[in-house]
Ligand binder design. Structure first.
Ligand SMILES: Cc1cc2nc3c(=O)[nH]c(=O)nc-3n(C[C@H](O)[C@H](O)[C@H](O)COP(=O)(O)OP(=O)(O)OC[C@H]3O[C@@H](n4cnc5c(N)ncnc54)[C@H](O)[C@@H]3O)c2cc1C
Length: 535
């Protein structure tokens, strides 16, 4: 039967396949834009493995704008700015080497939010709760089994694994948030490039009374090496919702072994050897195999289907940027889908998702692979990779913004060094309104935002006219009048004069700026929005 005439049980704007970290985040970002979505997740529940051990400040900025930050802060464990990585015979054994972990992506100076060491198994239920509150149609234990797209949308079959019933879904767009082994990517025939498999790990998650031993090391992770075990050791500090967990990853050869070769009777002696105390009580919670790899998909889009998160790109865990980069991809895509679905923008805007994010994926994967190698071989002062620059200080070279005449193609810097250049993150500037502290970042998230300098009244008039013409929800803020520019940093941070204006996209990326008053501000703003919205 032709898909166009096939009857569907449900028609929705966006179908998200995969309800883990990135799929759930995307559903919230879409809800913030007023777009409903359905999330299908083949597992019966949220993550049981704690995987992510670090959310960067940039991710917390995103969660702050989604109203999720407070719930994270309520349950997150304490996070030390000064943490070490050790190499030792065991947790209690001889230390061979010790380095200070580079934590700049978690504790940057120029953000209203700091990072968090909340783990994925604690975070996902929070995201799930917010998704439910925002009306996201969440289908756990439900699998997307087949799909087909035509020029108007995507038809997919989903199967409820509890009762084996199927449903036909019709969506304007479908998102592959289905992880590193993405079945959608494979069916679309999208190849990947990069270094490929680096190693295979067997990851054992357990409980044991070793918090004090870890506290003595003041470490976010360690590497242990003795005659019985060699592997990475990661603590997942406990919170009010669960006790302390620990993870030991050991290398294995998948051509010779599988998870079935790691029963409790084998795992517990390995864990005890890594701790260095032969009889210490250990409770094994889960065993999970995972592949450390560096791969980027050659394309992030096939017509109405988009790849996000691990489906789009996988990278070594060094720097803890895998999930964080996936959330940034979701943030980039959400407002573009919403703008096209609402008719605010033409379809061309959607092509900028790949144009903007694929080069950043290449950069991130390359840099975290280098970090992984440097960590294994170099001293701390030889490490050249700066995770803050990769996660917060990147610049899109082409996409949905009005480029300025800059000859260089530098892709990363410290975030505030960009000074409001279009295609980079709009910087944090401390503001105050009626005695209440705020950040420029608090103004972003839903609409396009025009911020004008203290002498830029003419831009406000222009903005109202242009918003009407484009039928666009455009928020206008007069910095220095409506808000006090607390430290007098607004203009220099955004590279404009007090008569200038800057347009920020809903994802907090600068879309355009005019450093001074334009001869014809209406025309200038109109032309900027036409470029960004492909209208
Ligand atoms: C040991 C470890 C430690 C890590 N530490 C960090 C860290 O500290 N910081 C960080 O940022 N990242 C970290 N990562 C990476 C991070 O966990 C991943 O990048 C992140 O989980 C990717 O999220 P995702 O939603 O894209 O994919 P996944 O988490 O892989 O989720 C994909 C989901 O799609 C579902 N699915 C697949 N196919 C279908 C289908 N057909 N129908 C329905 N559902 C389907 C799967 O069941 C799965 O739940 C770590 C990873 C590992 C393995």
């Amino acid at each position: 039967m032709n898909n166009k005439v096939q009857s569907h049980d449900k028609t929705i704007p966006v179908l998200i396949v995969g309800g883990s970290l990135v799929g759930l985040s995307l559903s919230l970002l879409l809800a913030r834009q007023g777009i409903s979505s359905m999330v299908v997740e083949r597992h019966p529940n949220t993550a049981i493995h704690p995987r992510v051990a670090g959310l960067t400040a940039r991710t917390l900025e995103i969660f702050r704008s989604l109203g999720v930050e407070a719930d994270i802060r309520n349950v997150e464990p304490p996070f030390s700015k000064e943490s070490k990585v050790f190499q030792a015979e065991s947790l209690v054994g001889e230390v061979f080497n010790q380095t200070i972990e580079e934590m700049s992506a978690f504790f940057p100076d120029d953000s209203p939010a700091k990072g968090s060491c909340i783990a994925q198994d604690i975070l996902e239920p929070i995201l799930r709760k917010h998704a439910q509150q925002n009306g996201v149609d969440l289908r756990y234990h439900t699998e997307m089994t087949s799909f087909k797209q035509d020029q108007d949308g995507v038809s997919a079959t989903i199967r409820n694994r509890s009762n084996n019933t199927t449903q036909q879904i019709r969506a304007n767009f479908m998102i592959a948030a289905d992880g590193g082994k993405s079945g959608i990517r494979k069916q679309l025939g999208i190849e990947q490039h990069g270094a490929g498999t680096i190693m295979h790990n067997m990851s054992m998650v357990f409980e044991s009374d070793i918090a004090e031993l870890f506290a003595k090391r003041n470490a976010v992770m360690g590497f242990v090496r003795n005659e019985k075990v060699m592997g990475a050791f990661v603590p997942y500090p406990g919170t009010s919702v669960r006790s302390n967990l620990y993870r030991i990853d050991i290398w294995y050869d998948p051509s010779k072994e599988s998870i079935a070769d790691y029963p409790e009777s084998r795992c517990i002696p390995l864990i005890r050897a890594a701790i260095g105390i032969p009889d210490i009580p250990v409770k094994l919670k889960t065993v999970l195999s995972w592949e450390m790899a560096a791969r980027v998909s050659d394309r992030f889009q096939e017509k109405r289907i988009f790849l996000v998160g691990d489906a789009a790109r996988v990278q070594p865990p060094a720097g803890a940027l895998g999930g964080n980069t996936g959330i940034a991809e979701a943030q980039n895509l959400a407002w573009k889908l919403a703008a096209v679905l609402r008719g605010d923008a033409n379809y061309g805007l959607l092509n900028t998702y790949e144009a903007e994010r694929l080069p950043i994926a290449d950069l991130t994967v390359k840099q975290t692979t280098a970090l992984s190698q440097q960590r294994a071989t170099e001293e701390i002062d030889q490490i050249t990779v700066n995770t803050l620059m990769i996660n917060m200080g990147y610049r899109y070279l082409e996409g949905a913004f009005v480029p300025e005449d800059k000859p260089d193609t530098t892709q990363i810097k410290l975030p505030n060094e960009w000074r409001g250049l279009p295609g980079t993150r709009a910087p944090h500037v401390a503001l105050e309104q009626n005695g209440k502290q705020a950040s420029t970042l608090d103004l972003f998230g839903t609409n396009f935002v025009l911020m004008v300098g203290s002498d830029g009244e003419n831009w406000i008039h222009a903005a109202n006219k242009v918003a009407k013409k484009f039928n666009l929800a455009l928020s206008v803020h007069h910095i220095g009048a409506e808000f006090t520019d607390k430290d007098g940093q607004f203009c220099s941070s955004y590279g404009i004069k007090t008569t200038g204006a800057v347009l920020v996209r809903p994802d907090g990326i600068v879309g355009w700026r005019n450093s001074d008053m334009a001869d014809n501000p209406i025309q200038s703003l109109e032309s900027a929005l036409s470029i960004i919205l492909f209208k």
